[in-house]
Design a protein around this ligand. Structure first.
Ligand code: TMP
Length: 231
């Protein structure tokens, strides 16, 4: 199994830029990672992403939102992530189960223990070997995200960017709490610095995995591990 590495953070944390740079860094070392992200990664995931992010007329309650993220994840894990890991590839994923705990658990206020159970089912028990949490103040991140949205055509901001400040503060504190609970898996990097400074720190964490890159694996005997299914 290749190592499964996830990147997490609030809106505007710059994690997508960091994933792109991290992928280049690995390629320079002869590793060609699969770079993917959630919600997305499969055609079902892309459709669900549109539903979840568009501020259109479709009403989505917190419970439905949780299940839609879970549906996208299940397909993503079974059709794309697990097959790549089984081939020994490194997988870099822009958001995974921790985002559901942070956003739907801490942000929306759904029961965190229940959200964890849904995550286990949807993710087939897959746990990242390493999670890079790009952390920064909510005001800074949201300011960046809204600037970016304003520069693009179409709706100014997506459903999550449109949420109130208090929602984003709960999301951030959820991430920080998770990182505190699992210090072996999480690496918290300060996202309120230059892209290059952050990248250097991310590289350090990735390089630390190089000698043991083979030991990432899905935990437990989940449906996904028992039944590597077609897409
Ligand atoms: P992003 O790909 O631009 O980060 O946007 C994805 C949005 O979806 C972001 O606002 C976080 C949100 N999200 C959740 O609320 N729960 C999840 O489980 C995931 C993966 C993302």
């Amino acid at each position: 199994m290749g190592p499964f590495i996830t990147f997490e953070g609030i809106e505007g944390s710059g994690k997508s830029t960091q994933i792109r740079l991290a992928s280049q860094h690995l390629e320079e070392r002869g590793i060609r990672p699969l770079v993917t992200g959630e919600p997305g990664g499969t055609s079902l995931g892309v459709k669900i992403r549109e539903l979840l992010l568009n501020r259109g007329p479709v009403e989505i309650g917190a419970e439905s939102e949780l299940l839609l993220f879970a549906a996208a994840r299940s397909q993503h894990v079974q059709a794309l992530i697990l097959p790549a890991l089984r081939e020994g590839r490194w997988v870099l994923c822009d958001r995974f189960s921790d985002a559901t705990i942070a956003y739907q658990g801490f942000g929306r206020g759904l029961d965190v223990a229940f959200v964890r159970n849904v995550n286990t089912f949807a993710g087939g028990g897959l746990v990242p070997r390493l999670t890079i949490l790009v952390d920064l103040p909510v005001e800074t991140g949201l300011g960046r995200a809204l600037d970016r949205a304003a520069r693009q055509s179409g709706p100014a901001e997506d459903r999550f960017e449109h949420e109130e400040m208090a929602f984003h503060r709960r999301v951030r504190s959820g991430y920080i709490e998770m990182a505190r609970r699992e210090p072996d898996r999480f690496r918290v990097v300060d996202g309120d610095r230059s892209i290059q400074e952050i990248h250097r720190e991310v590289c350090m964490h990735l390089d630390a995995l190089l000698p043991i890159a083979g030991d990432s694996c899905p935990s437990g005997t989940s449906a996904a591990t028992k039944n590597p299914s077609p897409s």
